[in-house]
Each structure stands twice: as structure tokens, then as C-alpha cells.
Write a new protein. Structure first.
Length: 81
């Protein structure tokens, strides 16, 4: 079972990073800097921030048998990349 306080704390920190990464990307767009190493670094930061948030949201404590805990089969689980 997920501890709600731990989830909220972790969620808050991950969302702060995702917000900062998104704002940085938007600032680069406004500055017309949408190529080069600065852009690539910002995109990778945003991807990592979103990936960390998505991983937290999609993590579900499960039994070893998907049918027992209501999980869909592996073919229906969205990719994490």
C-alpha cells in the first residue's frame, strides 16, 4: 500500500522539477533558441522530469499474478519511455 504522505511529498518535488523544466523550454522558445546543445539539454531535462513523474504515477504495488490484482495484461500497459 502506498503511503499518501510519501506520495504527496515525492509528487510535489517531481512536479516542481517538471514545472521548472517546462518553463525553461518555453523560455528557449520565446528566445528562438530551439536548436543546439542548450535546446537538447533542456529537452532531455524535460523528458527526464516527465519520466520520473510518470513512473511515480504508474507504479502500482502488485501480486505476482496480474489476474489476482486486477492489472491488465502486459500488452495493455502503456510504455514508460
Amino acid at each position: 500500500m502506498v503511503n499518501l504522505d510519501d506520495f504527496r511529498f515525492t509528487s510535489h518535488h517531481l512536479l516542481l522539477e517538471l514545472d521548472a523544466a517546462t518553463n525553461h523550454l518555453m523560455m528557449l522558445v520565446v528566445a528562438k533558441e530551439v536548436s543546439g546543445s542548450t535546446w537538447n539539454d533542456a529537452v532531455l531535462r524535460h523528458k527526464a522530469a516527465y519520466g520520473a513523474w510518470a513512473m511515480l504515477v504508474y507504479v502500482v504495488e502488485t501480486d505476482s499474478e496480474p489476474g489476482l490484482d486486477g492489472r491488465p495484461s502486459d500488452s495493455l500497459i502503456p510504455p514508460t519511455d
